[in-house]
Design a protein around this ligand. Structure first.
Ligand code: F6R
Length: 628
């Protein structure tokens, strides 16, 4: 949540900061600000709303200097108003701070500072930091310290132990225009090495326009950045030496091409996402070669008794499909937990349990905290059968998740800009298909020819996705008109398509602001059916297989209550009961979620776009949820 950028070098800082913030807007977009410093002092410009407002203001008012910091905000403490926008300053307007995270003891610190006469101008937790830094700087300079980067660094090192919580922050000091300092604790921060400049940011897309040489900060580290070099220190104040690494090719944000929104472009990219993943992980091999090539050591999977999956939102829906596959294909009992619930009520420890964390961003605080807790409680257990077997599934291998878990499946979906997850959802599903087929192969729970058959069908997926998207895009756009006044929608699915009903409802809620609920179709009659009437459309996923007839009967029950029925189902006599059909080709039921997700995404996209809403940046949301 929130994105920060900091630059120091030989060029004007403001344009670089604004470019960087543009790439980070997915992390929050309710206000933004920059501060720059030069010999004449510190300039701070902030604006409520989207980055465009800040850009216009910076163009009008100017922000001179080669050293600066910037922030794009997702409100945690304090409403999305200009006075709560970062950077925050001390009373003398000498110290400027941007922060991503939460300072948990900010109330106590605020009270202590207020008792000393400090007046606060915002409701944020961050504002305590410039005031604390200012005190430290005053004490140091009063004791004879010069106005140098080293003094600023020391002030920060004295301030950080006073802060509780998770944060990434960057600081400027008016008295020292040739230095800035940064720090991270449980929130991401990377330093990029440009030509004659350093740029620091919460995420790689903000660096990619300047450099591909990066150094991710480790937890607890602080860095002093000057125009000529950086100094890195650990939490104990010891100097660190580490070589930077190179960004991978996909770590930049592409433009929208001819698409109206990133979300639509990313929906259309899914055939390519699938083709890339399948080529890499389901290589054509001889009859005795392993069916799946996954970067997961066999020891992690051997002798499993149980799997538990921790995730949030859309990632959790992918995990629910995954659990179905892991149980039905590989025969391993699997439970899926909301990461935010797991941490405070974990199930009793069991032996030989694999814990899988699923997060496209790799930065979701709830998921990371739940995984860290699980790792710790297993490490604390003496019996080796209880060792922590941890696996991550993510689109960002360089993320905090990548540093937390020993083994990782990279879904390689490319940067997803739209806040609503689409191609990363498909990528997560494919990772679970890979994992389940690999486990089924290892455990012999399904015959090799059966698994071969599934893999052969999977290879047809990219072409099927392409045909489906081409066919349904216009159909969903036309259907969207019918939802102009809709206030509630019910999504029904069963078995392996129940999570797709949940995902359809979530997609609609988050980008169109229409209330929607997903239910297992058989559960309708136990209460939710009371909601139905002619004003509540029902979207029903009915794919041939074990529960086909059952879902169709449940759809009939809804129709009998006057609900308008939209079917996500194959064409044929059975599906004539639907008022509108979004046709999906018949495939093996186990593979059907890979196709039924498409009408869900396109329908919610077109409904939101038809309503004229900001599809890529829906209200109150952010792409990377780094607060608990
Ligand atoms: C919905 C959506 C969110 C995320 C959730 C978890 O479209 O994107 O529900 O799925 O915030 O995010 P990650 O996968 O980054 O952990």
């Amino acid at each position: 949540m929130c994105g920060i950028v900091a630059v120091i070098g030989t060029r004007d800082a403001a344009p670089l900061l604004l470019d960087g913030l543009r790439q980070l807007e997915y992390r929050g977009y309710d206000s933004a600000g920059v501060a720059t410093v030069e010999a004449g002092g510190l300039t701070c410009v902030r604006a409520e709303g989207k980055l465009l407002n800040l850009t216009a203001r910076v163009e009008r008012e100017g922000a001179p200097g080669h050293c600066g910091i910037g922030h794009t905000r997702w409100a945690t403490h304090g409403k999305p108003e200009e006075r709560n926008a970062h950077p925050h300053l001390d009373a003398g307007r000498e110290v400027a701070v941007v922060q991503n995270g939460i300072i948990e003891n900010h109330r106590l610190l605020r009270e202590q500072l207020q008792a000393e006469g400090v007046q606060f101008l915002s409701d944020t937790d961050t504002e305590v930091i410039p005031h604390l830094l200012s005190k430290e700087l005053k004490a140091l300079t009063a004791a004879g310290a010069a106005a140098t980067g080293a003094t600023l660094l020391l002030a920060l090192q004295r301030t950080l132990p006073q802060l509780e919580g998770a944060y990434a922050l960057a600081v400027l000091w008016a008295q020292c225009p040739e230095a800035l300092v940064v720090a991270r604790k449980q929130a991401p921060l990377l330093i990029g090495f440009g030509e004659g400049e350093f740029i620091c940011a919460s995420d790689t897309p903000a660096l990619a326009g300047v450099t591909r040489t990066i150094l991710p900060l480790e937890d607890g580290e602080v860095a002093l950045l000057g125009p000529l070099g950086i100094e890195l220190y650990n939490a104990a104040g010891e100097r660190q030496q580490r070589l930077p690494t190179q960004l991978k090719g996909t770590d930049h944000v592409a433009d929208k091409r001819s698409f109206r929104h990133f979300m639509l472009k990313e929906i259309h990219e899914q055939p390519e996402t699938a083709a890339r993943w399948l080529a890499r992980h389901f290589p054509e091999g001889g009859p005795d070669d392993p069916l799946v090539a996954l970067p997961v050591e066999a020891a992690l999977l051997e002798g499993l008794q149980r799997i538990q999956v921790l995730a949030c939102g859309t990632s959790r829906h992918a995990a629910l499909v995954g659990a179905y596959l892991l149980e039905q294909l590989a025969g391993v009992p699997t439970s899926v937990y909301y990461a935010s619930e797991f941490r405070y009520g974990p199930p009793p420890l069991g032996p030989d349990t694999l814990t899988v964390g699923v997060t496209q961003s790799g930065e979701t605080a709830d998921t990371l905290a739940a995984l860290a807790m699980e790792q710790q409680r297993r490490a604390d257990h003496g019996d080796p059968a209880y060792r922590a077997r941890l696996l991550g599934i993510t689109n960002r291998p360089e993320s905090s998740l990548g540093r937390l878990v020993p083994q990782l499946i990279d879904i390689e979906a490319g940067v997803e800009v739209g806040v609503a997850a689409t191609k990363t959802f498909l990528g997560q599903l494919l990772a679970f298909y890979g994992l389940a087929i690999r486990l089924a192969e290892l455990r012999g729970s399904r015959s090799r020819s059966e698994l071969h058959g599934l893999v052969a069908q999977l290879r047809a997926l990219p072409a099927q996705l392409q045909t489906l998207i081409d066919r349904l895009d216009l159909r969903c756009a036309a259907l969207a008109h019918e939802f102009a006044d809709t206030q509630d929608v019910i999504y029904l699915g069963r078995g392996i398509n129940y999570p797709i009903a949940l995902e359809g409802a979530l997609k609609l809620k988050e980008i169109s602001y229409i209330h929607a609920e997903g239910y297992p179709a058989g559960e309708m009659k136990h209460g939710p059916i009371a909601l139905l009437d002619a004003r509540v459309p029902v979207v029903s996923v009915a794919m041939p297989g074990r529960v086909f007839d059952k879902v169709l009967s449940n759809a009939q029950e809804a129709k009998a209550r006057d609900a308008r029925l939209i079917g996500v189902a194959p064409e044929g006599p059975d599906t004539e009961i639907f008022d509108v059909l979004l046709p999906v080709p018949v495939v093996d039921e186990l593979l059907s979620p890979l196709l039924t997700l498409i009408p869900m995404q396109l329908l919610s996209y077109h409904i939101a776009a038809h309503r004229g809403l900001d599809v890529d940046q829906p209200r109150n949301l952010a792409k990377s949820v780094t607060v608990e």
